[in-house]
Structure formats: structure tokens, C-alpha cells
Design a protein around this ligand. Structure first.
Ligand SMILES: [Zn+2]
Length: 117
């Protein structure tokens, strides 16, 4: 049930945004950084975001996702690189280098229109 997975992430994110947004301000854009381990489907998260923000103080706010790649480290030759997919062969011939992904889900920035006082 992927949709539920992204939906609960969107809900948690919304709670975080509402907590940080200044009172009376209009949030235009929210940027998040998502670790590879989260296994996020950007389209599903985008749809969930629109659904949970509907009729809230941040309705219409853009969600910008910075999806982090996997870091692959080869135990044979010590090479380390990043990849969008976790299971890849190393150039040295090793077919089982170890993928390492972060599980971060960070609110990186918020673009807010403050009301002139
Ligand atoms: Zn290698």
C-alpha cells in the first residue's frame, strides 16, 4: 500500500510546516530532502501533499522534493559512488557492493509571503 505510505509522510510534513509557519503568513513553497531508504515515489507524495493541504492554511503550496541517491561502496576495491538504484555492479567486477541510503526526511526550506504590517 504505497499510497498510504506517502500519505502518512505528507501528513507528518504538513504538521511540521504548520508548526514552523509564521502566523498569518502565506506559505508558497516547501522544500524537503528525502533519503533513498524512504523509498518515496515523487508522484504519489505530490498527490498526497495536495490532498492533505487541501483547505488548510498552506493550500496551494508547492512541494519541492530533493531525493537523495544511494551511496554505493565496494568492499573489493573501495570505490564509492552515488546511484539512483541500490543494486548495481562495481566496475571492478564485484556484483555485490553495499548500498547505503539515508532515512532522512528533512524540511530544508520554506518560502513565505509575510503580510506587510
Ligand atoms: Zn569494486
Amino acid at each position: 500500500m504505497r499510497r498510504v505510505h506517502e500519505f502518512s509522510i505528507a501528513e507528518a510534513l504538513l504538521a511540521q510546516v504548520l508548526r514552523h509557519a509564521p502566523t498569518g503568513a502565506q506559505v508558497r513553497e516547501v522544500e524537503i530532502r528525502v533519503g533513498a531508504l524512504r523509498g518515496i515515489e515523487p508522484e504519489a507524495l505530490q498527490m498526497s501533499w495536495e490532498a492533505v493541504t487541501h483547505e488548510t492554511a498552506v493550500a496551494g503550496c508547492t512541494l519541492k522534493m530533493d531525493l537523495q541517491p544511494w551511496t554505493i561502496t565496494c568492499p573489493e576495491c573501495g570505490r564509492s559512488w552515488t546511484s539512483p538504484i541500490p543494486f548495481v555492479d562495481c566496475t571492478c567486477g564485484n556484483t555485490a557492493p553495499a548500498p547505503v541510503g539515508g532515512d532522512e526526511l528533512d524540511l530544508v526550506s520554506m518560502t513565505v509571503d509575510e503580510e506587510e504590517t
